[in-house]
Design a protein around this ligand. Structure first.
Ligand SMILES: Cc1ncc(COP(=O)(O)O)c(C=O)c1O
Length: 223
């Protein structure tokens, strides 16, 4: 891609504005400006409909394209597999799944099996279900609580929002399933306020308490 677009994308932009509901963005502004349509990518760079080049420092916008754009070896492998066997339900096995699971497990000592899912939210939902099923099998449905920390993010489905500690994300989506219990986060540095005199307020909050206890200490390297 050299920034020179071959085709006029005016109609694509119009279709997007008329019919696409974008993730995590207010659409009101599209009444006056066009949405960004990412047309092509190579390495760490992407180009939009106007041919404008961006350095993608956020890996696909949400930290997902870790290998970069335009990797032909990956595209070839995906194409070959799609032609040979594109999909069969997970009740059956597949050659890539079996081989990839083995390689993944080699990197995760103590683990023995891989369950494939489509997203982080879905993986967490599966984790919740596993825990609840164990609770039912071993403890008659007791010991079913799932703890999460304040400020946690676990996804956007209803149960992962119930397990999320960022309430601005879950507002307006309740009611939520029961049994998800908030515990304090461990980011105590957020509660430490340093002033210009080289003193630091250190706050300690025991796991079970919501109250912190704070002391002022002089830090020798900042006085
Ligand atoms: C820690 C964590 N858990 C879960 C998710 C949800 O993943 P997904 O967006 O694939 O559903 C994310 C996504 O950013 C995450 O960072």
């Amino acid at each position: 891609m050299d920034g020179n677009l071959q085709n006029d994308l005016t109609e694509v932009v119009a279709n997007d504005k008329a019919h696409v509901w974008h993730h995590l963005i207010q659409h009101k502004m599209f009444e006056t400006v066009d949405p960004n349509i990412i047309v092509e990518g190579k390495g760490m760079r992407v180009w939009n409909q106007a041919g404008k080049e961006h350095l993608d420092a956020v890996s696909g916008g949400v930290w997902t394209v870790n290998v970069g754009y335009g990797r032909e070896s990956i595209a070839d492998a995906v194409r070959d597999q799609l032609v040979k066997m594109n999909y069969f339900a997970g009740a059956a096995g597949s050659i890539p799944a079996a081989n990839f699971a083995k390689r993944l497990i080699e990197k995760m000592p103590g683990m023995s099996r891989v369950y494939f899912s489509n997203s982080g939210s879905e993986a967490n939902e599966k984790g919740f279900k596993m825990i609840r099923q164990i609770a039912h099998k071993k403890y008659g449905g007791k010991k079913n609580k799932i703890l999460f920390r304040e400020r946690d993010y676990h996804g956007t489905t209803i149960a992962t929002l119930a397990a999320g500690g960022q309430h601005e994300r879950s507002a307006q989506y309740g009611p939520f399933p029961e049994g998800f219990i908030s515990v304090p986060h461990c980011l105590e540095y957020r509660e430490a306020a340093q002033d210009n005199l080289g003193k630091l307020t250190v706050c300690v909050r025991p796991m079970r308490l919501r109250m912190s206890s704070c002391v002022r200490v002089r830090i020798p390297w900042a006085a």
